[in-house]
Write a protein that binds this ligand. Structure first.
Ligand code: ADE
Length: 215
């Protein structure tokens, strides 16, 4: 599965992609993540990517030319939908992550900055708009990472046996509920004991206990 991310801050992604599960998934060729700098597509001398809004008001708007050129270029490399990360989009969820992972479709993730992007780019190129929650971030980069992470870990082989997603919070297996509490050694910590049933080795009872602890 291939993700192409369009941003004016490509370095934001460096550390995240070089650690842990995502790093391993890239090395194992289960996913490909390509980050593109929108500024490389500017045709003006100062490499400006923003301008004042028509009609006035606070904040700047990302200009259409570099976005249009960047998207046209990336569309030749990636035939998936163009997803724009914006607080105005549909709210992301585990169910949405599952649907996108099941399709195993490549995708282009467009990160906005400032007040937003010129509406004509949305009209021309954007297939789907996604928000990661009802709050406003400084840009779409964190949301793009959230989508990439949540979808990637559902791709078969990305998580090891030890890290299964079958019983994640919000998974079908848990009736879309929040997961039960986890305990590991030692059995007593700062005077607090692990629930007896978890030490019993009685699988049926453990299953029932866990089911009752779902929220
Ligand atoms: N850009 C800024 N805030 C956002 C949010 N909550 N979700 C997606 N993109 C955003």
């Amino acid at each position: 599965m291939r993700f192409d991310i369009l941003t004016i801050f490509p370095n934001i992604f460096d550390s995240y992609l070089k650690e842990s599960i995502i790093k391993r998934a890239i090395e194992n060729k289960l996913i490909e993540i390509h980050v593109h700098d929108i500024r490389d597509y500017t045709k003006n001398k100062h490499k400006r990517v923003d301008d004042v809004p028509f009609g006035g008001g606070a904040g700047m708007v990302m200009t259409p030319q570099p976005l249009d050129d960047a998207i046209q270029h990336v569309k030749k490399l990636n035939k998936g939908p163009v997803i724009f990360l914006t607080p105005q989009g549909q709210t992301f969820s585990q169910t949405k992550a599952e649907k996108l992972a099941a399709k195993s479709e490549d995708m282009i993730l467009l990160c906005g900055r400032y007040e937003g992007i010129d509406q004509r780019i949305r009209d021309l190129h954007v297939d789907l708009e996604i928000s990661i929650g009802n709050y406003v971030l400084t840009g779409g980069e964190l949301p793009a990472m959230v989508l990439t992470d949540a979808i990637s870990r559902l791709i078969p082989g990305v998580l090891g046996k030890e890290e299964s997603h079958q019983e994640d919070s919000f998974s079908k297996a848990l009736n879309r509920k929040k997961e039960y509490p986890h305990y590991t050694r030692p059995a007593t910590f700062k005077g607090m004991d692990v629930p007896e049933v978890l030490l019993s080795g009685h699988h049926k009872k453990i299953e029932t206990w866990r089911k009752n602890k779902l929220k």
